[in-house]
Design a protein around this ligand. Structure first.
Ligand code: PGA
Length: 273
């Protein structure tokens, strides 16, 4: 199965100039790695395909997409409008159609920071998922429990509640295309809230057990959902990525802080390759 390593840049970097520097670093390091790979047949033979993706803030999205269009790095938005998939009087929003027009093929949805700071719940998330699917925009759907929920051993119950929106999405449509796009253009990112930006991580065994639960739950909604990729996110860095990559049920990583430096981002990608 293909691995995914996705950089969530959040509200970073501060300027277009710094975005350009990060892209320069990413592209030049990737180029050097390609040369190394040609010198090392074993590396090519053993490597599984790892698809890279970055999610800049919407102000930088078009410029980043343009710069990366020939680099085999996909672009994602960090959110889309819940109210309209196209145009409308929704001040401050960007629609799925506008995100596609800016050159992105994916969007993150349901990140815990959006759930926390913008009270995003299943209602608006279902609207956003519906908008994304209607425009063929892929979705990286984030779920995860808080520290208190983890301590109270409520992780699976919390994830089940967050995943119920996917069940609703499947049920509200008997459209075969929707089911096809759910398998091809849909990724789950399991991100314990307590691991995001804290340096704390669950064990690989804990994450693997949780991913198995997520995969079983999705397969229970619809057999077409059995093959959905499930990524881990929360304080992934160059030092710990290798251990997560050893698990056959961890299909990649959603990376925040460590995606803002080309060196650490690409080291994580190598761990999953
Ligand atoms: P982090 O963030 O890697 O900085 O912990 C991950 C995320 O929020 O997606």
């Amino acid at each position: 199965m293909q691995a995914w390593v996705i950089g969530n840049w959040k509200q970073n970097p501060a300027t277009q100039h710094e975005v350009d520097e990060l892209l320069d670093d990413l592209l030049s390091t990737l180029k050097d790695d390609k040369h190394d790979a040609i010198d090392n047949e074993n590396k090519i033979a053993s490597g599984r395909n790892c698809q890279l993706m970055v999610a800049p803030s919407s102000i930088h999205l078009a410029a980043v997409s343009k710069r990366l269009q020939n680099a085999n790095i996909l672009c994602a938005a960090q959110d889309i409008s819940a109210h309209s998939a196209t145009i409308g009087a929704f001040t401050g929003d960007c629609s799925a159609q506008q995100i596609i027009d800016a050159g992105a093929k994916w969007t993150i949805l349901g990140h815990s920071e959006r759930r926390q700071y913008y009270q995003e719940s299943n209602g608006p998330l279902l609207q956003k998922l519906t908008c994304a699917m209607s425009q063929n925009l892929g979705v990286v759907f984030c779920i995860g429990e808080t520290q208190a929920q983890y301590d109270a051993q409520q992780t699976f119950a919390v994830l089940d509640e967050q995943l119920s929106v996917i069940k609703q999405l499947v049920e509200q449509s008997d459209n075969k295309d929707l089911k096809a796009s759910l398998t091809e253009q849909f990724i789950i990112a399991y991100e314990p809230v307590w691991a995001i930006g804290t340096g704390k991580v669950p064990t690989v065994e804990e994450v693997s057990a949780t991913h198995k639960h997520i995969k079983q739950t999705l397969a229970g909604f619809n057999e077409n959902l059995a093959d959905i990729s499930v990524l881990y996110g929360g304080s992934v860095n160059a030092a710990n990525a290798g251990s997560f990559a050893t698990s056959p049920v961890i299909d990649g990583a959603l990376v925040g802080g460590a995606s803002l430096k080309a060196e650490s981002f690409l080291a994580i990608a190598k761990a999953f390759s």
